[in-house]
Design a protein around this ligand. Structure first.
Ligand SMILES: Cc1cc2nc3c(=O)[nH]c(=O)nc-3n(C[C@H](O)[C@H](O)[C@H](O)COP(=O)(O)OP(=O)(O)OC[C@H]3O[C@@H](n4cnc5c(N)ncnc54)[C@H](O)[C@@H]3O)c2cc1C
Length: 462
């Protein structure tokens, strides 16, 4: 067992928010160690490297991380440019993780598999808060143990996509048909092109993660005859999926929704509404995707299915810790009313920090994408503010932990009603690089909910 050092902070996940947590910890003289499951930091972002983001560079960079990059003479990108995931990796995450002083604090190919408190199981209380955390992770050599005084779980949700089944369970037969199903945002026009060219491809979902692949499939159909995109929508009305258009404060996102709306209206893709998938089976004629009863419900026949129904957090490795989560969203309870997609049409979220993100387990915090649980509206900038506050809390600077330092751009979608079930399950995914031309500027103006007491951010994906 590796011994803990005073003020040591273990950070699970080397995504942009986990790295930012480590940068803030270094700034405060703490001893961070980032455990990243992938072979390099930013492994989740790497999976969507072909996607152009809705946030320009000025909203994608953490302040403490920038300070570390400046030490090595960072050539900062143009603030108003909208990077792809790949650009975010190459021009920010990789430099931070592999060239800045942070590099000595990151262990890659290190997947956390369990956490407890040294000498304490979940039930034992007396003296619990002063026992260090015991973190087990798997690397090439096997299982390794590490002790730390505090833990920040910034492990994201990317590796745990929601299934196709409309009830949140796998559709019957979904597991058996895995080789014809992709989850998330495949690179339809790039590395995954051969898989989809000339195929009948259904895309299930309503958020921008669905819109991106659908727009690309329409483009692929222009290039490769026989490619047939089919949009499977759980809702009865596609209009809601088009987003806020010109009212969208994230202009690139509004532009994308408008482009997609035109394609749908022009009949460039087939559309099935009120389509709640229940069964999937492989047949000689292709993949049969059924909605309703197995015998006599509706069905479509395709070659491939892309499922973009959002993501969910995985807390299995934290089973021995005392956690409190909102029963619906699986996020820290204090956050739920701020981000509940059943309630918010604008996704307006006040900046928040250690207080909202703390758990009954003292010293354990959930941050980043994972802190939003199943809600789809997370913004990187919000995550940077979260970890600034958490690290201040760990360092004992309560005043800084309570303070709100974030000035968030207005990024709401003033499209009226709360999100429907599809949009609630969707994610922030934007269009594949080639299919989207970001609009140059954000629109001015407020969001449609009453002004909050503090600066507010809106999610990127409603
Ligand atoms: C397609 C897409 C587009 C987006 N566009 C925007 C945008 O334009 N603007 C914006 O603000 N936000 C955007 N987001 C939302 C969000 O900001 C990003 O997902 C961001 O990457 C979240 O950062 P994170 O560090 O919380 O999580 P992640 O980037 O998901 O990083 C989590 C890391 O944890 C690692 N990990 C997972 N499990 C373990 C484990 N058990 N042990 C160790 N490591 C583990 C993963 O390998 C990963 O590297 C987008 C999201 C997606 C999916």
């Amino acid at each position: 067992m590796e011994k803990s050092s005073a003020n040591s902070v273990a950070i699970i996940g080397g995504g942009p928010v986990g790295l930012a947590a480590a940068a803030h910890a270094l700034e405060r003289g703490l001893k961070p160690i980032v455990l990243e499951a992938g072979p390099r930091a930013g492994d989740a972002v790497r999976q969507w490297s072909h996607v152009r983001m809705f946030s320009p560079w000025e909203d994608d960079v953490d302040r403490a991380s920038k300070a570390l990059l400046d030490e090595i003479g960072w050539n900062a990108p143009e603030p108003s440019h909208y990077p792809t995931g790949g650009e975010l990796l190459a021009q920010y995450i990789a430099l931070l993780a592999e060239r800045s002083p942070l590099m000595e604090h990151i262990r890659t190919s290190s997947r956390v598999v369990a956490i407890s408190r040294s000498g304490f199981d979940k039930v034992k209380t007396l003296g619990r808060e002063s026992a260090p955390f015991a973190i087990r992770y798997q690397n090439g050599a096997g299982i390794v143990s590490l002790e730390a005084d505090a833990v920040i779980d910034a492990s994201g949700t990317w590796q745990h996509p929601n299934p196709a089944g409309a009830n949140g369970l796998d559709a019957i037969g979904e597991r058996e048909a895995q080789d014809a199903i992709a989850y998330g945002m495949p690179d339809v026009l790039g590395r995954d092109r051969a898989r989809y060219a000339g195929m009948r491809v259904a895309v299930l979902g309503a958020g921008h993660s669905a819109i991106g692949p659908l727009i690309d499939l329409v483009r692929l159909a222009e290039l490769v005859p026989g490619t047939q995109p089919i949009w499977l929508l759980r809702a009865d009305n596609p209009e809601k999926a088009f987003g806020g258009g010109a009212n969208d404060k994230l202009a690139a996102r509004g532009e994308l929704g408008a482009t997609f709306a035109r394609l749908v209206k022009d009949g460039r893709l087939a559309l099935e509404t009120s389509y709640r998938v229940t069964h999937i089976s492989k047949t000689d004629a292709g993949l049969r995707i059924g909605a309703g009863s197995a015998c006599c419900g509706r069905h479509v026949m395709v070659d491939e299915l892309i499922v973009t129904t959002g993501f969910r957090p995985d807390f299995s490795f934290a089973r021995e810790l005392r956690l409190s989560l909102d029963p619906a969203l699986e996020c820290p309870p204090a956050l739920a009313p701020l981000i509940d997609p059943n309630v918010h049409s604008c996704g307006t979220v006040r900046p928040h920090g250690a207080r909202e993100l703390a758990q009954p387990e003292p010293g354990f915090y959930i941050a980043g994408m994972k802190s939003y649980g199943r809600a789809p509206t997370f913004l990187m900038l919000t995550g940077y503010e979260q970890v600034r506050s958490i690290i201040a809390d760990i360092a004992g600077d309560r005043e800084a932990a309570e303070r709100v330092e974030l000035v968030l751009p207005e990024t709401g979608v003033c499209s009226g009603s709360p999100l429907d079930e599809d949009a609630a399950a969707s994610c922030c995914g934007s269009a594949a690089e080639s299919s989207q031309k970001p609009a140059p500027a954000k629109l001015p103006g407020g969001c449609c909910t009453p002004a909050p007491a503090q600066p507010a951010a809106a999610g990127c994906c409603s």
